[in-house]
Design a protein around this ligand. Sequence first.
Ligand SMILES: *[C@@H]1O[C@H](CO)[C@@H](O)[C@H](O)[C@H]1NC(C)=O
Ligand SMILES: *[C@@H]1O[C@H](CO)[C@@H](O)[C@H](O)[C@H]1NC(C)=O
Length: 287
Amino acid sequence: MFFIALGKCFLNGIRVVNLLGDFGDFTVRYKTLVEHYRSQFPTIEVDMDGELACLKEHAEKLRSLSIVGDTVELLDEARKGGKSVLIEGANGALLDIDFGTYPYVTSSNSTVGGACTGLGLPPSAVRNVVGVVKAYQTRVGTGPFPTEQLNSVGQQLQSIGQEVGVTTGRKRRCGWLDLFLLKRTAIINGLTAIAFTKVDILDTFKDIQVAVGYKLDGKPLSSPPARAADWERVEVEYQTLSGWNSSTAAIRKFEDLPENCRNYIKFVEDFVGVPITMLGVGPTARL
Ligand SMILES: *[C@@H]1O[C@H](CO)[C@@H](O)[C@H](O)[C@H]1NC(C)=O
Ligand SMILES: *[C@@H]1O[C@H](CO)[C@@H](O)[C@H](O)[C@H]1NC(C)=O
């Protein structure tokens, strides 16, 4: 499977249409691709027969579901028919191959433009972009994280927020919300609204900090460092806001939230310049 994904940008990739077509033809393509990678990585081990058997099963399953098709036509017809199309993306904006913290990124574009390049949807079709933003910051695995709290604050965020990677089970690194980076994310994605989640995790903190700027060698930065090595030297400028020390989990109206909680939310909204239209205060609760 790995080989198939890799091939795309080397222009020797195998496409779904090949998988769903004649399996003999697919097998030839697959073997050619494996040989190609074997010549580059001689120690790599591939169970070709096992993989092919597995792929054959996948092909049958996919065919029976009839969910594979031309997204351009499908989406165009849906839009012409006046339907709303909701597109969901995975991975944080800072993991984007181009605008993330390269090289600690994923191999695709996880910013909103990916919806257009990935689906064949015209840019003018994107009208609303909702950024899903946690009330504090987390990161899985290595990579820059200037607001990380390697102390009791980070531990508390991790344990109260149950911050464990979904697929890996690894503990997520935790820290204060980085508004300097969020502002940039809002620009790149053209966020029109923010869904602010896990606000209740901050319920017991005396003070809450947010990053409002970066400095490098004493000079304020207007954008994040381009050089990977500079991230480690970045000095974070924080703004401290008072906590609210009471449970928000049962609250269902913005007006009913503690004053300091509303202040926190408003501060984020004003700094980023995007309205927060949804709030999460618990696993099942939304307001
Ligand atoms: C962006 O990502 C999507 C999804 O992975 C991919 O299909 C597309 O080719 C990528 N576009 C560019 C320009 O990298
Ligand atoms: C929060 O409130 C509780 C009482 O409900 C009190 O015992 C505790 O000290 C307070 N914590 C802070 C950080 O103010």
